[in-house]
Design a protein around this ligand. Structure first.
Ligand code: PMP
Length: 393
């Protein structure tokens, strides 16, 4: 049988990270390559109790089909949290619960991208978004990310030549770089996009993980109509429960609801009910505080070790939250070579290429700090330093 696969699936590569993660299943490997929340920070006891309570008290409803939009009290909770944390005035009607925030990217791709449309990303940009959008066969363009957010001169100049379906970005603790947009940049980006009438898809997977706990107003605050936010419970509750959401005006959300209905009817309703039960029985802010403190400790140690062990020509970002540090190598080095040599010694880093839509990025790498303990961070960075010395000095 010769299967005639669609052009869209033939042109979409397998996720490079998923392929690398197969290697890291070996328990002897220290992996800085993935992006897993630390399993010790999943509140198994609290989630277990919430699951048992909801099945006992309302199991027949919690295990039934439900609405596409999602469990109303949970949507209200998300809207209230936006108001409290971000001063955003949104109602429960502007929230749709999704199967993780990754599904938002697929649905928004479906809703906004016609074959051949241009899509604007950060450079470097989130690999999972590149993969999701690729299925709708856009033409990718990207805008360089500086230490305080997108290069707004470049953004204006790209927009003067191309009118993309949207600009997708991650203003808080970006994946892969760990960079956070400054207040100033948020306002500027909103102003430029508003003027050009280009929507901003604001992926806020890491907003709750700002180490100092202080929230910065999202870009959507400055462009309430054209701003579309996506959020996730993966990093503060559990990734396996697959719960995320889209926040957009009813006009946009209506279209996303149609796409979601066609795709999976609704997100796992039991997961939604367990989460809401958990939120009623526990103080999630106390739990998030614990995660922030633990991740900050690891991030600080990783940056300190990189700065003391690696040659000074290699620079790294100092994340204010999230899960990643970004390395930039000088021109004579190759992250792919460093990755290969370090992997032989059971330490895995993630080369930067898959985060670039223009095929560049060999002078960069992403390192995850949340899923390794302090000893592993010190030892693993030491191995990377040894490999660089062997290769280049
Ligand atoms: N957006 C970003 C920026 C991410 O890093 C991730 C997870 N790696 C996601 C979305 C998807 O996460 P989830 O589907 O678990 O919410």
């Amino acid at each position: 049988m010769k299967f005639m696969f669609s052009r869209r699936i033939q042109n979409t590569p397998k996720s490079f990270i998923r392929e690398i993660l197969k290697v890291t299943e070996n328990p002897d490997v220290i992996s800085f390559a993935g992006g897993l929340p630390n399993p010790s920070l999943i509140d198994t006891e609290g989630i277990g109790k919430a699951a048992s309570d909801i099945i006992k008290s309302d199991g027949r409803s919690a295990l039934q089909y439900s609405t596409t939009e999602g469990y109303e009290p949970l949507r209200q909770y998300i809207a209230d949290r936006y108001a409290k944390r971000y001063n955003l005035d949104v109602s429960a009607d502007e929230i749709l619960i999704t199967n993780g925030s990754q599904q938002c990217l697929d649905l928004l791709g479906k809703v906004f991208i016609n074959n051949g449309d241009s899509v604007l990303m950060e450079k470097p940009g989130y690999l999972g978004a590149i993969q999701s959008f690729s299925l709708y066969e856009p033409e990718f363009h990207s805008v360089s990310l500086q230490d305080d957010g997108p290069d707004t001169g470049e953004l204006s100049s790209v927009l003067s030549e191309e009118l993309p379906a949207f600009f997708y970005g991650i203003p808080n603790s970006q994946n892969p770089t760990g960079i956070t947009y400054s207040d100033e940049k948020r306002k500027e980006v909103a102003e430029i996009l508003n003027e050009a009438e280009v929507p901003f898809i604001e992926d806020d997977a890491y907003g709750e993980l700002r180490f100092d706990g202080k929230a910065i107003k999202p870009v959507k605050y400055y462009m309430p109509e054209a701003g579309i936010m996506t959020g996730s419970f993966s990093k503060i509750f559990s990734p396996g429960m697959r719960l995320g959401w889209v926040c957009a005006t009813p006009e946009v959300l209506d279209k996303v609801i149609i796409a979601k209905q066609a795709s999976d009817l609704h997100s796992n309703y039991l997961s939604q009910r367990i989460l809401y039960q958990y939120l009623e029985e526990n103080n999630i802010d106390t739990h998030i505080e614990k995660i922030r403190a633990e991740y900050k400790k690891r991030a600080d140690l990783m940056v300190k070790t990189i700065r003391s062990e690696l040659p000074p020509e290699i620079t790294c970002t100092q994340p204010e939250g999230g899960m990643f540090v970004w390395l930039r190598f000088p021109d004579n080095m190759s992250s792919m070579k460093i990755f290969e040599k370090a992997s032989e010694k059971n330490v895995v880093i993630l080369p930067g290429m898959p985060f670039y839509v223009d095929g560049k990025g060999d002078k960069t790498a992403r390192l995850n700090f949340t899923n390794s303990d302090e000893e592993e961070i010190k030892y693993g960075i030491g191995v990377v330093a040894d490999v660089i010395k062997e290769l280049y000095y």
